[in-house]
Every structure is written in structure tokens, then in C-alpha cells.
Design a protein around this ligand. Structure first.
Ligand code: PMP
Ligand code: GLU
Length: 385
């Protein structure tokens, strides 16, 4: 068969680096190698029981649902979000249910961003998909470094605002650092944007996975124009079920519904029932999830201390960001050697536009993490010798 000519937009398009690395680690394990896969952006636990039970009663249902999702689910999401964020304007008409948070992000960006528009993204960030999605929408990405403690640097963001700035993507808790942004910094950003036409896209996918006591979700900070992105992938261990949503003003809700009617149609019907079951459980992670993650975080923190690897202390999500600049001239190559020699898979910082760093996901069980940290320790000692 002859080869086709791909569209120019595919010239720089690559598969999500995090998904590709996770697949590679799983492939190596399937080939019989002992692999400690610390790349995954997903909980290790199975589908929560209450979701399995609820969905089992719905398997005979098979028809299209409204593109924006079942009314019962949109009502539950709206009621929960009104209360969680303290935002009275949220009604079911502001909610669009999607096949994961990614299509919610893409539809929101397509409906907001056009050629010539700029989107500010504080980084390191989940550039893995943020950058391709902004660029597919025709916009360009303007990056602004986070402060050294991984909080927002509002003055640096303000300095990058131009007449072309259309949106700012804010993700807290954050991928890849697990940092949560301080209440002061998000409120300062909200004040800086007052009276402008700039929309904040609040990627809140990790908002229910928080260890800090004083966490302020971004949508609570008083932004005038906002799209909230969320879903059940991370907090309900449902990454493969593809179920997320956005919350926005009705213009954006209608625009994104029209877009999605041509792209995905409705989110998978069983997954929408999973969402309803999650909401009936207060939209909290399954019992013990946070406690387990905290223990796993502790194992990783001590392991990194003894290996002498610089790192932050994550306050949310399930990632820690390793600063490898003192250990390696090329951190991506260091990660390759770590995988080849020690069987430990991390995600190099390049995926987050932060060369010199690597992301470690601590969702694996305690035994796996303990062993992986031993391997990392031995590897670092061996490299120094
Ligand atoms: N936002 C962030 C910050 C993420 O890490 C992810 C992980 N995939 C997503 C959005 C997308 O989530 P989903 O799997 O629901 O599409
Ligand atoms: N967001 C997750 C991660 O960063 C899942 C992978 C992906 O969607 O790219 O690992």
C-alpha cells in the first residue's frame, strides 16, 4: 500500500510521553524483566466496589445519552461543585460530561483559543498534553517558571500578559510536582486578572487528592472568567473508564457540547453511571486511599533522603519531582540507565519541559516502592563509585 502524506500539524505531534513510558515499562515487565514502574499517573487499586455494584445494574442500557451527559449526573456534579467551591452560579446547564478530562480540556481550549491567541502556563507542568492541545487549537504557549518552592510566581505571570493572552492554565495540586499553590498566590492572581478578558482554566483533576491541611482549590480564589476541568480518573481510580467533565459559563458549555457532538459524542454510558455512584459517595476517593498514599509518600521521601536525591515534599496528587541536576549532566540519560540497570522507570523532566528533573509516581504498593527505593539507592551509589 502507498504511504499517505500526513497533515502538517502532525510534524511535531508525538504520543503522550507519560502514556508511552508507562506502556514501555509494562512491556518490559511482560517480557519477564523485573520492573519497578513509577511512571503511572493512576492509582494502583481496582475499581471501587460501590462503582462496580452500581454499574452492574445498568449493563442492559446501551443508547446515546445527551452529549453533555445524563441529567442526573450533571445535577449531582453541579450540586457538589456549588458546595465544594462555594460558587452559586453552577447549575446543571454549566456542566458538560466528557470521556475523561482530556477531551474536556481540548473542547474548552478549542472553544476559547484561536490563531494568534496566547495561553500562559506556569511550568514545570503537564506540558505533555497542555502544549499539543493549545497548539491544535491554533494558539501558542507562553511558559512562566514557578517559584523555587513550586508556588505560582504571580509577578512573573503578570509580566507575560499581553493583548494576545486569552487564557492561563492553573493546575493545583500539580502534575508533575504534587505541589499545591498557596491561597495567597491564587488570590493574588485573581486580583491581577480582574477586569481583563483572560480566562483561567482550572485543571482540578487532583483536587480530592490532597495531604495539606490548608488547601484552597483554585476555583475558590475569585476568578471572574473560569473553566473548571475535573473528572473521576484520578480520585476514583477510573483512568481507563474515560469519564471527566468541565464546568463553565453557558456560552462555553454550549460551544463545547457542539464540538463534542462531532468528536466523541457522549461519554461512555457505564462510566457516567460510575460518576453518579462516585457523587453518591460524596466524590471522595475510596476509603483508605489517602492514608495509603501518605504511607507510600513517606517511603519515597525516606528513600530519596538516603539516596541523597533533592526533591520537594508533595502536598497533593501522587507525584514527587526529583532534582537530578547535581547527579547527572543529562537527567534523561540517567533515567534510561536507571531503567536499564536497576529496572526502575521514572518520567524524565522533558515531558514537563523541565530537563534536569524526573517525576516519580508513588502509587505503587509499599513493597514495590520499598524495593524500588533500594534499587535507586544502589544505583546512585554505583554511579558515584
Ligand atoms: N490533567 C492533568 C494534570 C493530568 O495529570 C491528567 C492525567 N491524565 C489529565 C488532566 C487527564 O485526565 P484523564 O485521564 O481524565 O483524561
Ligand atoms: N496524566 C497522567 C500522567 O501524567 C496520565 C498519562 C497521560 O494522560 O499522559 O502520567
Amino acid at each position: 500500500m502507498g504511504r499517505v502524506t500526513l497533515a502538517p500539524r502532525m510534524a511535531t505531534m508525538q504520543e503522550s510521553a507519560t502514556l508511552a513510558l508507562n506502556a514501555r515499562a509494562k512491556q518490559l515487565a511482560a517480557e519477564g524483566r523485573t520492573i519497578y514502574n513509577l511512571t503511572a499517573g493512576e492509582l494502583a487499586s481496582a475499581t471501587p466496589d460501590y462503582i462496580q455494584k452500581a454499574v452492574a445494574t445498568k449493563l442492559s442500557l446501551n443508547k446515546y445519552t445527551p452529549v453533555a451527559g445524563l441529567l442526573e449526573l450533571r445535577q449531582a456534579i453541579a450540586a457538589h461543585a456549588r458546595q465544594f467551591y462555594g460558587l452559586d452560579w453552577i447549575e446543571p446547564t454549566n456542566v458538560v460530561v466528557t470521556a475523561g478530562a482530556k477531551p474536556a480540556l481540548y473542547a474548552a481550549l478549542l472553544s476559547l483559543i484561536g490563531p494568534g491567541d496566547e495561553v500562559i502556563i506556569p511550568f514545570p507542568a503537564w506540558m505533555t498534553s497542555y502544549r499539543p492541545l493549545v497548539e491544535l487549537a491554533g494558539g501558542s504557549v507562553v511558559t512562566v517558571p514557578l517559584a523555587d518552592n513550586y508556588d505560582l510566581d504571580v509577578a512573573a505571570i503578570a509580566a507575560k500578559i499581553t493583548a494576545k493572552t486569552k487564557a492561563i492554565i492553573i493546575n493545583s495540586p500539580q502534575n508533575p510536582t504534587g505541589a499545591v499553590f498557596s491561597r495567597q498566590s491564587v488570590e493574588r492572581l485573581a486580583r491581577a486578572l480582574q477586569g481583563s478578558r483572560i480566562a483561567v482554566v482550572a485543571d482540578d483533576i487532583y483536587t480530592k487528592l490532597v495531604y495539606a491541611d490548608n488547601f484552597t482549590p483554585v476555583p475558590k480564589a475569585g476568578f471572574e472568567r473560569m473553566v473548571i476541568i475535573n473528572g473521576f480518573s484520578k480520585s476514583q481510580a477510573l483512568t481507563g473508564w474515560r469519564i471527566g467533565y468541565l464546568i463553565a459559563d453557558t456560552d462555553i458549555a454550549q460551544a463545547t457540547t457542539s464540538l463534542l457532538s462531532h468528536i466523541t459524542g457522549n461519554a461512555p454510558l457505564p462510566s457516567q453511571y460510575a460518576g453518579i455512584a462516585a457523587m453518591e459517595h460524596g466524590d471522595q476517593p475510596p476509603r483508605a486511599t489517602l492514608k495509603t498514599l501518605k504511607k507510600q509518600r513517606q517511603i519515597v521521601m525516606s528513600g530519596l533522603e538516603s539516596a541523597g536525591i533533592k526533591h520537594n515534599i508533595p502536598e497533593g496528587a501522587f507525584y514527587v519531582f526529583l532534582d537530578l541536576r547535581d547527579l547527572a549532566d543529562d537527567a534523561a540519560k540517567w533515567c534510561e540507565r536507571l531503567l536499564a540497570e536497576a529496572g526502575v522507570a521514572l518520567v524524565p523532566g522533558e515531558a514537563f519541559e523541565a530537563p534536569g528533573f524526573a517525576r516519580l509516581s508513588f502509587t505503587a504498593d509499599e513493597a514495590t516502592l520499598t524495593k524500588a527505593m533500594e534499587r535507586i539507592n544502589q544505583f546512585v551509589a554505583g554511579e558515584k563509585a
